[in-house]
Design a protein around this ligand. Sequence first.
Ligand SMILES: [Zn+2]
Length: 331
Amino acid sequence: MKHVPHTFSVIDAHVHVHPGSAGLLAEIMEANGLGKVVNLGILEALDIPFEEGMRAFQKALGERMVIFTTPNFRDNAPGFGQRMAEDLERKIGAGALGLKIFKELGLRHRDADGDLIAVDDPRLDPLWAKAGELGVPVLIHTADPVAFFQPLDEDNERREELQEHPKWHFGGPGFPDHDTLLGQRNRVIERHPSTTFIGAHLGNYPENLAYVDGCLDRYSNFHVDTSARIGEIGRHPAREARAFFLKHQDRVIFGTDLTINWNDAEEDEQDMAAYRRFYDHHRHFFETDERQIEYPGFPIQGRWTVDAIGLPDEVLEKLYVRNAQRLIPGL
Ligand SMILES: [Zn+2]
């Protein structure tokens, strides 16, 4: 591997780390050249009081971690969008730098009548507008891999993973399909041109780079992160994936989906060598021209290998640092 001697430290703009693991995270950051991380929605997801969680993170990591807050969808009584907007303003005042939306929006969250809340439900407009008004980005996870919406049979290419995580399967009745969900998300982006949106997981269509390319062309307020999708991005011919990253070099931010002690404790702390391998696999993918290598997290997302895309140094710097700094004021 060429091992680019970075003159900068990398920002991982997509992690979920429990405050109790902040010390371990500091070690991981040290060992892997990470200058900052963006921790998404963990405090609300774990019901940790916001100020208390912020203090715990600050104590262990100081300025090296920033927090995105996430709305409380258990409050689904009329007026919820307005209250979510007010809560966002309060959390931003308390030090959060952005808003995280989990995939449950569109798939599971229901209103007081028991109806699914669509991603583009107008009752949420006050929330998206507030983010724009405050100048903070919305990191939005909508839908999931295409295979998660397909029948869970022998032909499903993510079968092993779905058997481990049955709740990730949305191929049964009662769920909107993959493309419907992305259509809902796109309408939100279109309706709120002065709000910055970052689509998690390469906008959740890494299987179809032309689709993501079209979204980025259409919506100048849309950006994407790379989290947890090297396994998909790297299945395209390297020339095509590389062309995508070159064309959209100002619109893609680096994130990994590093998860430590999430509530269901499926991802427990691992040894330092495993974290090292995880970040090395990312660097190999973006920085070398190696062929048929393992993606980060191999083999859970499928038993295939990927081709690296060898980005030039100035594009790497945008991917790893500059784009996140520009899109997340205060980072
Ligand atoms: Zn995530």
